[in-house]
Design a protein around this ligand. Sequence first.
Ligand code: SF4
Ligand code: SF4
Length: 430
Amino acid sequence: MYCVLRIAYYDSRLATRDPGLSTPCRTALGGIGRHLYRCGIPSAEVRKLFIIDREGVDALIAALQERGFEVVGPTVRTGAIVYDRVASTADLPVGLRDVQEAGTYRLEERGDAALFGYVVGPQSWKRFLSPPRTAVWAGRREGDAIVSTVPAEPPRYAFFGVRPCEIAAMKIQDEVYLPAGDTVYGPRRSGSFTVAVNCTEPGGTCFCTSMGTGPGVSDGYDLSLTEVIGDGTHHFLVEAGSDAGAEVLGAITGARTAESGEMAEARSLVVAAADHMGRSVDTLGVKELLYSNALNPHWEEIALRCLTCTNCTMVCPTCFCSTVEDHQSLDGVEAERVRVWDSCFTLDFSYIHGGPLRSSVSSRYRQWLTHKFASWQDQFDSSGCVGCGRCITWCPVGIDVTAEITEIRESDLRSQVVPVGEPELRRQPT
Ligand code: SF4
Ligand code: SF4
């Protein structure tokens, strides 16, 4: 019975992403999923759930280190939460929350000792899986021969504190890199361990519920944590999502089996989070909407604000565009080829002989948004957006994908009478 309900829950989560369903249908299915999550189904029959305290989280980090993982997780640097090496819970942003809005971000004290009382910062895990600068080849001249320098083995990362939307982003990047046999991403990803953290307090720019990627994690993790903090209570519900996770969990002394009331409480926090998203966006038919609105005048209005700074693409956990740079030493003895993150907002990005294909700002913003929400579906059979909100927070002028899609929807060219011979609407996209 449990399995049937669990499958139904997952099916309803998938169905909420189906653009072929009407909004009422998707909302109803999402409600079924949230109800199944909420109703305290005895998970212990299938996957045991455990309770640990802060010492247990320290023991978890130590257990990962003992197994040879380099543990990376949230830390505070220069007023923001960024991912870096974590040696113990003391390195986490203890007792902090992030206050996020379009174009603004700040940290503030929560008044408690929460370990995960914030959401996502400007970085994502792609900086470890496909680093901003990576040597893909290096070599040196030795006599008449060119000798390749073997790149160093990447560390075995344990990603600690991964949010559900970020796991969705990793799965999206898997579809990009793994089928291509990418030698940078593949080894880093296959050797990694993922400790997920369910979200109980969404941020001001989060909209994962609209994208079907959160606030609870359903798969793609080795261990998941749900932090419960309240009147005299501070503990973590832990669930293993893989054999490797179960093995590590078994090594944590002090972990005890969760009681049904504790499971229900943790789940209710996650369910409640779904109703408190900072933002939402209607994704029904968004592919057709954007494909049909290449000439919508709203792109020009966005271009008046957009600085083409590339921030949105750098912070986005799914953006993967890169360029290649060749470097050589002045004496000509050593050379290397480096893969560097690039962005569709730069002029060079679409340069072909004679000039860039997308010379206007409006065409570059339209390309990015249309790829994320429309052509990504044709390319990879999923959305390219997971609703993390980073591009909204870190856009210096506060351009907001949820607001821009809403504007496009409200000015949908398909609902307008097109005057015969209207020059603006005959004009080809640039
Ligand atoms: S949308 Fe915002 S973050 Fe993106 S390039 Fe334009 S100004 Fe920069
Ligand atoms: S497009 Fe924006 S909200 Fe969507 S995944 Fe990228 S950064 Fe996050």
